[in-house]
Design a protein around this ligand. Sequence first.
Ligand code: 13P
Ligand code: SF4
Length: 334
Amino acid sequence: MTTLDKATAQLERTGFLDLEVDPTLDLVAEINRLKKEKNAVILAHYYQDSEIQDVADYIGDSLGLSQQAAATDADIIVFAGVHFMAETAKMLSPSKKVLLPDLKAGCSLADSCPPSLFRAFKEKHPDHLVVSYINCTAELKTLTDICCTSTNAVQIIESIPADQPIIFAPDKNLGAYLEKKTGRKMLLWNGACMVHEIFSLEKIVKLRQRHPNAKFIAHPECEAPILEIADYIGSTTGLLNFTIRDSATEFIVATESGILHQMQLKSPHKTFIPAPPDNQCACNDCPHMKRNTLEKLWLCMQYELPEITLPDWVIREGVASINRMLEISKKAGL
Ligand code: 13P
Ligand code: SF4
């Protein structure tokens, strides 16, 4: 039984998962009260629902969130994001209580790289250094030399001596983008994010014809043909900053649609169009990120559950790869 299975079973036994929230409760006021009372900080990823972003103390991308988790002096970190992000926060601040509103908020990309399979792969290439995208499990981080996020991935790869062979895991799309950007050939793990692989090139091309003045911007987790036609490629923070500083007033955005909330708040006079996915649904939501709700956020703060716990050896052996990433990012001014 994994740590996650054990924690889920415990939640089921205690009846926590059956708790209902009084619909008359002012959740925003309650969450703000609990924040003060418990000295808790809410860290939210840009892919969260807008109402969660609006009660958060810090909203950011994976790099910003891990920097905040390492620096906070709060007693409780409430992570409005997915499981690997809350695990990263726990590894960086092991003495703090880390809560995740829904323990089942996972990640298809992290799931695409099971540590046991990766260990066997790594053993076949003992001379390779392992760089892992932070979107991976805590256990995978124990098999990793340096983590990276989409904000600092280029700088991380460029910090490694040119003659050092590299395994890049788990995202093959980000890996291929980095190969192109840095000119380094790497061994790529065959993983991907279900949200960023869903975009339809054909529909995007047609949409651009209908909006000739719109800039098309994409996250590097997207597939190569989508990235090839992008006017700008960047992490969620990179995309947001681009929409603020660029003179265009219309943007077609190829990443999870939650980021549109901050884009619209920062540039109310501009128009943001989510890039169309390759199915009949008009949305490109991450089903894992969207498991968190305001109700679950309140329940988790009220009862201090579900809590993220990790074996000591995982924290000890995994945190070094995150700390290396933070050091290189700091030197690069990120
Ligand atoms: P960033 O937060 O690095 O932009 O990555 C996006 C993502 O997929 C997070 O799950
Ligand atoms: Fe994982 Fe993709 Fe969802 Fe990010 S958007 S949490 S990478 S499945």
